[in-house]
Design a protein around this ligand. Structure first.
Ligand SMILES: [Zn+2]
Length: 358
């Protein structure tokens, strides 16, 4: 079925000297199924055409029009995706996977809140499905399937399938730049809640007398471990432009590496807070591996000891105390790769049901 559908090609095995009829060897056809993977960033949206096997075939980027309303921005996104989908109608399977930083309802891609974009209650999954005729093969439909998911869930999928989480039974992925997000993959499946919202680990309360969070509550975990928390701990003013934040954070990490006391102390404080939250999550979720994404990968690589120490002190089993923690390995393309894996799921679980008749 996969060969007939154009997803695999058979080639001769290269095993000279072996006896008997060799087993057939198959290669994936990267263009046999493509996903238009979209990352909704603050400055604009990035599109990667991703083929089978996680191969990025092409990339495009468009800035948002700052004067546009949310409706207009979504309409522009639909238009660009229609253009990209029309250029690839020869692929037997084509799907759209969108990574959105914010609170997204998994089952229908409804964006409850995307703080970086200023979007609130946008039925993004339904709007994209309508605009691209998802599932209407042969009747003007351009794609078979549209998924919209939380960035951290997609990062978790990317790391589980093709990164530092490969081989884990239950992977906890924790990502932080501005804010903290997380995803849990258990034996290949992303865990979600019945309403579709889950994994908002950045908003677990760690200090009711702490700092006010952008969600409105006080003392959420992300107020102690995200990039702004590190700057605050180091006494570095928060840059007014969000685009300058990563540079300011890299500066603090560099200072800590050089042994400057204020930065070393800031890294110690934030790494300890990271351990405190991870200890709770380990006890609740029981992961057998933790992968850290975003700036946390750099923070942990620089200073693992305070985080590990908290787990040693608080863990009540050997599994909790010694759970492996690794920096993410697919950082640049995590959301693209995750979106592609997610959008390919219906194809890989039931190819006959979703492939177009050829
Ligand atoms: Zn919060």
């Amino acid at each position: 079925m996969l060969v007939r559908g154009g997803l695999l090609v058979e080639r001769s095995p290269e095993l000279p000297g072996t006896r008997g009829r060799p087993s057939p060897v198959f290669d994936t056809v990267p263009t046999g199924a493509t996903v238009l993977a979209v990352d909704l960033a603050v400055e604009g949206f990035r599109l990667a055409v991703v083929g089978l096997g996680g191969r990025v075939l092409s990339r495009h980027e468009w800035p948002w029009d700052p004067a546009a309303s949310t409706e207009q921005s979504v309409a522009t996104l639909v238009e660009r995706l229609r253009g990209a989908a029309r250029r690839r109608t020869a692929a037997p399977y084509q799907a759209v996977g969108v990574a959105c930083w914010g609170i997204v309802r998994g089952r229908d891609g409804f964006v409850h809140l995307a703080p970086n974009l200023g979007w609130r209650d946008v039925a993004l999954g339904a709007l994209l499905s309508d605009g691209l005729g998802a599932g209407r093969a042969g009747a003007g439909g351009l794609v078979q399937h549209v998924v919209v998911a939380n960035d951290a869930d997609l990062g978790a999928v990317a790391e589980y399938r093709r990164g530092a989480g490969a081989g884990a039974r239950r992977l906890l992925y924790v990502h932080s730049d501005v804010g903290v997000g997380g995803g849990i993959v258990h034996e290949g499946t992303v865990l979600g809640a019945s309403g579709g919202y889950a994994g908002e680990i950045g908003h677990m309360t760690v200090d009711p007398r702490g700092v006010r969070c952008r969600c409105g509550a006080v003392g959420c975990w992300e107020t102690e471990v995200d990039e702004r928390a590190l700057l605050r701990a180091a006494g570095v003013p928060d840059p007014p432009e969000p685009a300058s934040l990563a540079g300011a954070v890299a500066g603090v990490l560099e200072d800590a590496r050089a042994g400057r006391p204020a930065a070393v102390e800031a890294v110690r404080i934030v790494s300890t807070a990271l351990g405190t939250g991870l200890a709770s999550l380990v006890h609740i979720l029981g992961p057998d591996r933790i992968v850290l994404g975003g700036y946390l990968a750099d923070l942990y690589a620089l200073s693992p000891v305070p985080t590990r120490r908290v787990l040693q002190e608080r863990g009540f089993s050997a599994e909790a105390r010694d759970v492996p923690i690794l920096p993410a390995s697919r950082r640049a393309d995590a959301s693209f790769l995750g979106a592609a894996e997610y959008a390919l799921e219906p194809l890989l679980s039931d190819p006959a049901a979703v492939l177009r008749p050829r």
